[in-house]
Design a protein around this ligand. Structure first.
Ligand code: ZN
Length: 208
């Protein structure tokens, strides 16, 4: 069974405050006499469910088109984060028996907001703190997924991004894990192949 853990991309959807608004312009419509329906979409590359490339925070880092496809597809673990845990810390991670090569998706209370398509940006989302990101690098984690628009807290600096991306860890943001119970899955996460881009929207699915 497959579970779609991607956000819907809609006109005026939730976005990072300083990112462009998502606009979908249906410039050709059959009901208005056109031969076909056609649309233009305007959005940032970090829209909805998306993947960050190293280049997002490291100027000489690789772009989204060069991410290793072997990291984007494979076994993963959905970890349920209790509502009293915020941010995700090293102390929270230590008992989880994290191993080299793990792909970890963190399901928090954020998934409820994402699942409700709440368009209002919230600054109190659950994030990964810098110590937790360093711990995951030490453990040899391959991929980290979170269920809000940033892996990092709001306006707390960029240490988490720089640590994860600098170590070649894939960062998926904006997952909707509302319908994914904690447990092991096969992950398939494919970002649009935008040349040298610092990020790209992705369709992400889990197979039970
Ligand atoms: Zn991003």
């Amino acid at each position: 069974m497959f579970i779609d853990v991607s956000m819907e991309i809609t006109d005026g959807m939730l976005h990072w405050p300083s990112d462009p608004e998502v606009k979908i312009d249906n410039y050709s419509e059959i009901k208005k006499g056109s031969a076909s329906n056609n649309s233009k979409i305007t959005c940032g590359v970090h829209t909805g469910t998306h993947i960050d490339a190293p280049r997002h925070f490291i100027d000489e880092g690789i772009g989204i088109d060069r991410l290793d496809i072997n990291k984007l597809i494979g076994q993963c673990r959905v970890i349920e984060v209790p509502p009293d845990v915020s941010p995700i810390s090293k102390e929270f991670l230590e008992p989880l028996n994290i191993n080299k090569g793990d792909r970890l998706l963190f399901k928090t209370k954020n998934s409820e907001w994402i699942n409700n398509a709440d368009k209002n940006f919230r600054t109190d989302y659950v994030c990964v703190n810098p110590e937790a990101s360093k711990y995951m690098v030490e453990k040899g984690v391959v991929l980290v997924g979170v269920d809000y628009l940033s892996v990092e807290g709001y306006h707390v600096g960029h240490d988490t991004h720089k640590t994860l991306l600098g170590a070649g860890i894939i960062v998926i943001e904006g997952l909707n894990l509302f319908n994914a119970a904690a447990g092991d899955y096969k992950l398939i996460a494919l970002p649009l192949k935008i040349k040298d881009s610092n990020g790209a929207p992705a369709r992400v699915i889990l197979e039970k």
